[in-house]
Each structure stands twice: as structure tokens, then as C-alpha cells.
Design a protein around this ligand. Structure first.
Ligand SMILES: NC(=O)C1=CN([C@@H]2O[C@H](COP(=O)(O)OP(=O)(O)OC[C@H]3O[C@@H](n4cnc5c(N)ncnc54)[C@H](O)[C@@H]3O)[C@@H](O)[C@H]2O)C=CC1
Ligand SMILES: N[C@@H](CC=O)C(=O)O
Length: 799
């Protein structure tokens, strides 16, 4: 393009183009006049207009019935009535009379024009009317405005602008200090014949004019407020970009994106003109700037896009041919996509409807092309800077039978047999375009279970990496905390030993400042810490608890947490507080939500007591076994919580609350294993008196042995006839009993329900231990993550 050959006009000129939808009614004309009034009056204003609303379609319909005079005249009369009404509603009476008379004259000339095959003169009527109507409206508002028929100056020769002739002619029609309202879509060829500029021709007119007047800005006013990352009608969360690089706009245009066409961009390529896309429906929005390389901020250079082109076909050509895809696109006035090259051949993708025309045109140039006659649907990903690999997207699309895949550094194009549904496009957009959500993790308690949870987190970070980033934002124990962005999982221990003392206030304000989504994982045994849950929830946290203190708080405090969850739309997972990794709470939730009624839950709920009572054989004191269990990471931080039965009592309360039964701890009858008084004082105090426990256990063990029974610590919650009764107690059970045949540490949950009555539903497996508990916490975390990324139903959680 010879920019220097173009006419020399003010380089502060602005060109504004309004499409048919922006001029579809009197109200829209008034809105356009308002927009023009807001423009900088120091700059020369050039306005390019399309035909009002669907006028061009109506004219095409008249041309189509040209032979049938009755149908033609009926259609002409209908169009005249419609456009006359538009004129009368837009202008004051006097001006309306003049414009209506002109319109009548143009429409009256249509039969003759058709008889002489001058269809382009007929098609020009819509744009001519818009230019006249808008210039009259502007005059009415005291602007100096003039309507200009682009055919008076715009010359094209073999589809290419004739800059010199056009510039010379334009100079004749330029009136200083005047708003020129120019017809879009129409021009003349080198023989002086009316031509039209094809699909979106008015946008092309605007950029041709922009180049001719060396405009500082060309604004395409349309019905969308930006160039989106995907078609917003199909992908609801498509991103409206405020800036798109020129190079990407050209790539998008080549891919058939409807907002800007390849031809539209061509006249301004290599100039300093700023091209903007704005919505005439939302003129207060700044729209999208298509930035020339000279105006592009490095930080905003490349955005990500998903775009599709349906019903396309493939031509394969030798790479040495002397014709370009761009040239063919110009000839066809349709997108022709040159696919990223693979091997020696070129592959061009073009709408199937014009394949034969393309082949004929190429043949005239002695270019041989092989046509793969299949019809494809192309889905293209234009990559943002530092875009990641498309592995997950490839896996997704494999289900839709990808036939070809072409990739280079800027784009990846998949060819499929069928168009993708909006749901799949959304998924693809989520994977490739949307910034990945980052889930901030605050881990409280880094002991036995906490350390295991953090070591497993490495694998989970990798597992979810393609959809969500897991960011360890804090680790703390009872003494110290490390609060920092993205704590490396290989270094948390070292950093924690160097961490600082923390207070609840510091911690909650640090957490409040973290971006959402965020989750607190409570792996402490602390009652005080659980009492902070409402504050963490108010700070935006979801909660995952291994700590049983929160779920077993007195009813009023427990309800306070529940209310905070509702108020702040957060989730609370506590599956490990009963059964460690066994999904007992989730099972009960599923049964209830499926419509079952739970009548009884009973069994062995303590891994520690299960282990101790299975292992204890009288060969050494019972307290020695307690030490072994403690070292194996099975017990509570203070094993007397297990021995006292308190821990089992808590677990039973957890399940009762899960079933919606408003119990308190004291409502659960408790028969402790620990002799009275030993629960008092420190662990050392207890250890000095451990023989009391040892003697008692030896006695009861002998009694069971003699009776041919085994010892089991059993919990039961009965909900028969709307009445809850709950107890935890040591029982002697016969060898045939369902609770007898267990492995040490097993929990057994026997669920009797409406659907599982005579033959109960039984969940069984290790119910304590650092690995299964940490694993259970990760299962809760995975449920939350799947909700966050939309794979499972949940309220909108990402904010
Ligand atoms: N061990 C198991 O099999 C299971 C344990 N749990 C629960 O997991 C939790 C942790 O158990 P373990 O790791 O065995 O205990 P642990 O004693 O090894 O570790 C507890 C951690 O919490 C920290 N901590 C204590 N009070 C704190 C406070 N106020 N603020 C911040 N940090 C505090 C400690 O410094 C330590 O880092 C307990 O609530 C336990 O009931 C739940 C299911 C199974
Ligand atoms: N000490 C507990 C650990 C899990 O909650 C038990 O043994 O069940």
C-alpha cells in the first residue's frame, strides 16, 4: 500500500463509521447525532454510514424479483413506506419533505436501473439515504454537514484502491469546517461503474477514507462494546478486550472473526491511525483499540482468543506458488486461512461455498490445488503471550474426533467434523483463555497429620495445575506462622522454624487481604482456634476441618458458624472429623439428598481404640500399647481424649449434626475406658498412674476372654420414631459379631436406613492415621476445587 500517494489532509481528522443496526430507527439516528456531538470539534469529522437497518436486504429482495413486476413494485412500495416513516420520525417536517422527495425519486428510478442491470445503483440507495438523513439531522442541530456519495471520489481497480485518483477526487468534495457524511459500501471501478464493497463493505469504506484523509482515528461504531476473546453469544464469560494488537486483529480477521474483516484492516496497516471498535448502544464505554505496533504497550501485546469458522474446506497447494491466500481472499471476498505449515505444502482453509470459484480462479493463474472435499469446522486458538501448552484442550477435543491439527507459535487450529456446542466452547475458553483461578491455602497445624497433608499437596498442585493454581499462603502451628505468597512446598518446614509468633488478629487480617478464593485447613486440635472460624469465614475463607472442636461446639456457637457460612456463601468440609478418610459424612449426605431416611448409625468410630483393643493380648501393660499407637500417629495429640471416649463422643455428635439432629455432647451417654480421675492433670501425671488403667484393662480383657468374647468400643445413634438416643461404651462382643472381625485400627459404620434396613450399609476401613487422614483432607479439598472450577454443582464460589 502506497500511503504516501494518498491525499494530504489534516492528520487530526477522525472517521466514524456507523453500521446498519446503529441507524435502524429514528432513535438510533438521534443517538448517532449525540455521539457525533461529543467528538472533538477541533478535528475534521468524517462519518461513514451503512444503509438503515435491513434496507440492503430489502433492496436485494427487490433485485431478486426484478422480473416479476408486481412483486417488485409491491416490495418497492413497502420499502418506500418503511423508509418514509423513518425519515418523518427522524427529521422536522420541512427537511423531511425534501428528503422524502429525494427518496421517492431514487426508488422511482429502480425499475429502469434494474432493466439496465445497474443493480449496484439500486443497492446504493440505502447508504445514500443514510448519508442524506444524517447530514440533515446534523444540520437541524446547527452543524455544518454535507452528504457525500463515495462514488464521487472512491475508485477501485481490480479490487485494489486507486489511491491517486481517489485522493484527487476527494479533494474536490472536501469542504473545510464541515462534517462530511459519506456513503459506505459503494464506490466506482476504473470504468466509472458503481460497485459495492461486499460483506462489511462500509467498514472497508471507513478505513479507505481514514487512509485517504490520514485520520488520527477511525472508529467503527457497532453493536458490541469490544473485541471479545470468544463469541459472547456462546461463551458467556468471554473477555471484552480494551486493546488488541494489530497483528492479532489481522489474524482474527483472517479467521473470519465477524467484528473486523481482513480488508477493513488493510488500508490502515503500516499507518499511525488508531482503529477503535465501540458500541453505539453504550457510547460511554471506551471500547477496544486495535493498536498499531507503534502504539502498542508491550504489556498488552497479545491476548488470547477462541474463534470458529464452520463449513470450511481444505485446499493443498505447492509452497512455491506465486499467489497468496490474502489475494485469494480478496478475490473471493471471503476469509481464506493459511494454516500453520506442515511439510512442503501449503494448506488453505476457505468457506466450502466458494471452493469451486477458488479452484477456477487458481486454474486461470496456472496454480494447481488439491481439494479435500470434506466439510470441516475449524476452531482456532490465538495464543496470548506466554500461553501454556494445549494438552488439556487437546484431550477435551479428542472426544470430538479432531481430524487435523495445525499449530505454530501464534495459533493452533483444530479441524473437526461437526461444530462444537456452546458448552464445549465454554470449556475450551476456560482452559485456554481465562486466567486460571488461584486457590489460597492457609494451613493451620503442621504436626502429625498436617505435615503429611503438606507433603501430599505437591502431587495435588500438579494434578490441578491445568485448571487451578494451589498457592500455599500460610502455614502455622501453635507457636509460629509463616505468612507469605506462594510458600515453596519443599521449604515450609524450614520457613516455619524461622516463622514469627502470631496473634489471631494478625492472622485474620492477613487472610482477609488474600485474594479469593481461599480456604483454611484446620489440622489443629485447638478449641480456641475453632472458635475463630466465624472470623475466617467473614475474611472470605472456605473451611476444611480435621479438628473436631468446631463441629462439636455448643449448639449456639455451632449455629453462629453455620450462619456465617450462609452469609458469606462459603463451604465447610469436615469429613475427616469422623472416620478419618472414610467418606461417612458424604455417604450420609448422599443418602439424605437422594431421599432416604436414616434410622441408626452405629459401630466402631475410634481408630485408636480399635487398634488398642485388637492388639491388646495381655502380654504387656495396656499403656505400652497406648504408646505404640501414639507413635504410629493414630491417637489424638493427648491419647486420653481417645481413652476417655470423648473423641468417640465427639464423632457421634458430628454424625448426629450431619443428620440434622440438634444434640449437644452431654446428650450422648459416655462410658469411658479411662478410669475416673486419670483424665485430670498433665500427661506426666497420667503416666505416673498408668497402672490403674493397666489393671482395669487386664481385668476386663480376662473377663471377655473367659466368655469367648472380644472388647470393642462401640458408638450408636438411634433415630427411631423421631427420638434420638446416643451412647458410646465398651462392649464385649462374641467372635461372630459383625464388629468382631476387624483389622486393628478399622472403623466400622453400620448405617440402617429406609433403604438399608434388614441388611445395613456398612463402611469399613482404617479410621485413623496420618496418611488416611491427610488423604481425607485432600478429598475434601478436591471437592471444593471441583466446585470452584465448575465440575460439581455449588454456589458461585470464586469471588
Ligand atoms: N491422627 C488421626 O488419625 C486423626 C486426627 N484428626 C485430627 O487432626 C488434628 C491434628 O492431629 P495431629 O496432627 O495428630 O496432631 P499433632 O499434635 O501432631 O499436631 C497438631 C498441630 O497443631 C498445632 N496447633 C495446636 N494448637 C494450635 C493453635 N491454637 N493454633 C495453631 N496451631 C495449633 C500444633 O502446633 C501442631 O502443629 C486433631 O484435631 C485430630 O483430632 C482427625 C482425624 C484423624
Ligand atoms: N484418635 C482418633 C483419630 C481420628 O479421629 C481415632 O483414633 O479415631
Amino acid at each position: 500500500m502506497q500511503v504516501q500517494a494518498k491525499a494530504q489532509h489534516s492528520n487530526t481528522a477522525q472517521v466514524h463509521k456507523f453500521g446498519g443496526s446503529s441507524l435502524a430507527s429514528a432513535q438510533r439516528f438521534a443517538a448517532v447525532a449525540d455521539i457525533l456531538q461529543q467528538q472533538n470539534c477541533q478535528q475534521a469529522l468524517w462519518v461513514v454510514v451503512s444503509a438503515p437497518g435491513d434496507t440492503t436486504d430489502a433492496l436485494l429482495a427487490i433485485i431478486a424479483v426484478a422480473e416479476d413486476t408486481a412483486a417488485r413494485d409491491a416490495a418497492l412500495n413497502a420499502l418506500q413506506a418503511q423508509l418514509t416513516a423513518l425519515v418523518q420520525q427522524t427529521l422536522a417536517a420541512e427537511a423531511a419533505t425534501v428528503v422524502t422527495a429525494q427518496l421517492q425519486q431514487w426508488l422511482a428510478a429502480v425499475p429502469d436501473a434494474l432493466a439496465q442491470q445497474r443493480v449496484n445503483d439500486v443497492l446504493a440507495i440505502g447508504e445514500r439515504l443514510s448519508a442524506l438523513l444524517l447530514s440533515e439531522l446534523l444540520k437541524q442541530q446547527h452543524f455544518n454537514a454535507v452528504a457525500v456519495d463515495a462514488r464521487d471520489f472512491l475508485r477501485l481497480k481490480q479490487h485494489q484502491p486507486d489511491w491517486t485518483a481517489s485522493a484527487e477526487l476527494l479533494a474536490k468534495y472536501t469542504q473545510p469546517g464541515c462534517i462530511h457524511v459519506v456513503t459506505g459500501y459503494i464506490a466506482r471501478d476504473d470504468k466509472g461503474r458503481s460497485i459495492t464493497l461486499g460483506r462489511n463493505g462500509s467498514d472497508y469504506s471507513a478505513t479507505l477514507l481514514g487512509a485517504l484523509v490520514q485520520a488520527a482515528e477511525v472508529t467503527i461504531w457497532t453493536d458490541v462494546k469490544a473485541i471479545y476473546s470468544a463469541d459472547p453469544r456462546k461463551v458467556a464469560c468471554a473477555i471484552p478486550y480494551s486493546q488488541v494488537s494489530w497483528q492479532q486483529a489481522c489474524q482474527l480477521a483472517q479467521l473470519g472473526n465477524p467484528v473486523l474483516h481482513a480488508r477493513t484492516l488493510a488500508p490502515l496497516t503500516g499507518t499511525d491511525t488508531v482503529l477503535q471498535v465501540r458500541s453505539s448502544y453504550e457510547p460511554e464505554q471506551s471500547g477496544c483499540c486495535v493498536a498499531q505496533p507503534s502504539n502498542t504497550q508491550p504489556s498488552a501485546a497479545q491476548q488470547g482468543f477462541i474463534t470458529e469458522l464452520n463449513d470450511v474446506t481444505l485446499l493443498t497447494l505447492h509452497q512455491d506458488i506465486a499467489v497468496t491466500a490474502e489475494r485469494l481472499a480478496l478475490e473471493l471476498q471471503q476469509p481464506v486461512i493459511e494454516l500453520p505449515q506442515q511439510g512442503d505444502n501449503l494448506c488453505w482453509l476457505l468457506p466450502t461455498v466458494c471452493a469451486e470459484q477458488a479452484l477456477a480462479w487458481l486454474a486461470e493463474l496456472n496454480v494447481h490445488a488439491v481439494w479435500d472435499t470434506r466439510r470441516y469446522c475449524a476452531v482456532a486458538w490465538l495464543k496470548a503471550d506466554q500461553a501454556e501448552q494445549a494438552t488439556v484442550a487437546d484431550q477435551l477435543l479428542q472426544q470430538y474426533a479432531v481430524l487435523h491439527r495445525y499449530e505454530n507459535a501464534q495459533q493452533l487450529i483444530w479441524l473437526l467434523p461437526e461444530p462444537l456446542s456452546a458448552a464445549v466452547l465454554q470449556q475450551l475458553h476456560q482452559q485456554l483463555i481465562l486466567p486460571k483461578p488461584v486457590l489460597q491455602l492457609v494451613v493451620a497445624g503442621a504436626g502429625n497429620v498436617g505435615a503429611e497433608f503438606l507433603s501430599m499437596l505437591v502431587t495435588q498442585q500438579q494434578r490441578f495445575d491445568s485448571t487451578l493454581k494451589l498457592n500455599l499462603a500460610a502455614v502455622l502451628n501453635s507457636r509460629q506462622a509463616v505468612l507469605g505468597s506462594n510458600i515453596a512446598l519443599s521449604q515450609w518446614q524450614q520457613q516455619l522454624t524461622q516463622g514469627s509468633h502470631w496473634t489471631a488478629e494478625q492472622l485474620t487480617s492477613y487472610v482477609a487481604a488474600l485474594p479469593s478464593p481461599k480456604v483454611l485447613v484446620d489440622i489443629t486440635p485447638s478449641l480456641d482456634f475453632a472458635r475463630l472460624y466465624p472470623e475466617f469465614i467473614a475474611a472470605g475463607c472456605h473451611i476444611i476441618s480435621a479438628n473436631k472442636q468446631g463441629v462439636t461446639l455448643p449448639g449456639a456457637e455451632y449455629q453462629q458458624i453455620k450462619q456465617a457460612l450462609v452469609q458469606y456463601k462459603r463451604q465447610w468440609f469436615s469429613n475427616t472429623t469422623c472416620g478419618a478418610g472414610i467418606p461417612v459424612q458424604r455417604t450420609l449426605q448422599e443418602l439424605l439428598s437422594a431421599g432416604d431416611t436414616i434410622n441408626e448409625v452405629s459401630g466402631i468410630f475410634s481408630g485408636t481404640l480399635s487398634w488398642l483393643l485388637c492388639q491388646y493380648d495381655g502380654s504387656k501393660p495396656f499403656s505400652d500399647f497406648v504408646l505404640d499407637a501414639q507413635q504410629a500417629g493414630l491417637t489424638e495429640p493427648d491419647p486420653r481424649d481417645d481413652l476417655s471416649g470423648k473423641d468417640v463422643q465427639r464423632k457421634l455428635l458430628v454424625l448426629a449434626r450431619e443428620l440434622g439432629v440438634a444434640l449437644e455432647l452431654d446428650d450422648i451417654t459416655l462410658q469411658p475406658l479411662l478410669p475416673a480421675g486419670l483424665e485430670l492433670g498433665s500427661w506426666q501425671d497420667f503416666w505416673q498412674q498408668r497402672d490403674i488403667l493397666d489393671t482395669e484393662l487386664a481385668t476386663v480383657f480376662a473377663r471377655a476372654n473367659t466368655a469367648g468374647k472380644v472388647l470393642r468400643y462401640v458408638a450408636s445413634l438411634s433415630l427411631e420414631q423421631g427420638k434420638a438416643s446416643a451412647k458410646v461404651a465398651l462392649e464385649l462382643v462374641s467372635a461372630e459379631h459383625a464388629l468382631a472381625a476387624i483389622a486393628p485400627c478399622d472403623n466400622v459404620f453400620v448405617i440402617r436406613s429406609g433403604w438399608y434396613s434388614a441388611n445395613p450399609l456398612v463402611l469399613k476401613g482404617p479410621g485413623a492415621g496420618r496418611v488416611v487422614t491427610a488423604g481425607g483432607l485432600h478429598a475434601d479439598l478436591a471437592v471444593l476445587i471441583n466446585q470452584l472450577i465448575g465440575k460439581a454443582t455449588a454456589p458461585a464460589l470464586l469471588t
